[in-house]
Design a protein around this ligand. Structure first.
Ligand code: SF4
Length: 64
């Protein structure tokens, strides 16, 4: 499973990071880093929760 990051939609709320700091990494200004995120095995539920927490819908869950 992976998370597609729509970087231009990120508004820096950091909700994803506060739920799952090991999965969602932010830059110094609090915006998500660009590029798809490979979700480690066993962390799918947490990743889904983090993605759904984004009010800007910048995080899209995708099967790989
Ligand atoms: S929750 Fe959404 S808007 Fe906030 S940092 Fe994460 S990706 Fe960006």
């Amino acid at each position: 499973m992976k998370i597609k990051v729509h970087h231009g939609m990120c508004q820096g709320h950091a909700r994803c990071y506060s739920l799952a700091p090991d999965i969602f990494q932010l830059d110094d200004s609090g915006y998500i880093l660009p590029g798809d995120i490979a979700v480690p095995a066993g962390q799918e539920t947490l990743a889904q929760r983090g993605a759904r927490s984004c009010p800007e819908r910048a995080l899209e869950v995708a099967e790989d």
